[in-house]
Unconditional design. Structure first.
Length: 210
């Protein structure tokens, strides 16, 4: 089984819980003979932001015109992201809540693969049809506040967004979801919150191995 692990935090694990979740997950997968694991670090990869340059590149490719450096990088980055998702049976995301949403670099990765004809299509009646129903996804999310409460839940636009994109538009099956939250809001309980959450991360990895 091919597993793609998308790491979406460049802060060290000593400071960032989602980075620690990533490290814990990867350590738990070590030695799994039934898994082929590939890591994609959104901060380490060359990922120019999605914008008009990409559409300019598409036009130049169609017309046989020469691409500039930025256009070449964009097309290469987009193709790499799409190829990795295509090859994966399971995609794992380790990501934080930053300012109520996901890191911009993770958004760029999503922009690369959020494509009609690749991740979804439209029926003759205009209904959206997911094209990745054969794939599974795991979310490992950290947020210092408590956003699972009814009054805060509407503001949470990281995990909610990821669910809507990968579980909704793309049609992937969400097989595991681990959220560590409240460690900044409750510093007196932070150590226990983190320990319990990392235990759940290990369990999610163990299930994948089995």
């Amino acid at each position: 089984m091919n597993v793609l692990v998308v790491k979406a935090n460049n802060r060290p694990a000593s400071e960032a819980i989602s980075s620690k979740m990533y490290e814990t997950f990867m350590q738990e997968l070590e030695g799994a003979e039934n898994l082929s694991v590939t890591t994609y670090d959104v901060f380490a990869e060359d990922t120019p932001y999605f914008g008009q340059e990409l559409f300019d590149a598409f036009g130049k490719v169609q017309n046989g015109a020469e691409l500039n450096d930025t256009e070449q990088r964009l097309l290469a980055a987009k193709q790499k992201a799409m190829d990795l998702v295509t090859a994966a049976d399971v995609v794992v995301f380790a990501f934080p809540l930053w300012n109520l949403t996901i890191p911009a670099k993770l958004q760029t990765f999503i922009d690369y693969v959020f494509a009609a004809g690749f991740a979804f299509k439209y029926s003759a009646e205009g209904s959206l049809i997911p094209l990745m129903t054969d794939k599974k996804v795991i979310f490992l999310n950290a947020r210092g506040g408590v956003y699972s409460l009814p009054e805060a839940a509407p503001m949470e636009m990281s995990l909610n967004y990821m669910r809507n994109v990968f579980g909704g538009v793309f049609g992937m099956e969400i097989i595991d979801e681990v959220v560590i939250e409240g460690h900044n809001a409750s510093p007196d309980r932070a150590a226990q919150i983190i320990e319990d959450g990392l235990g759940q991360v290990k369990e999610a990895a163990a299930r994948l191995k089995n």
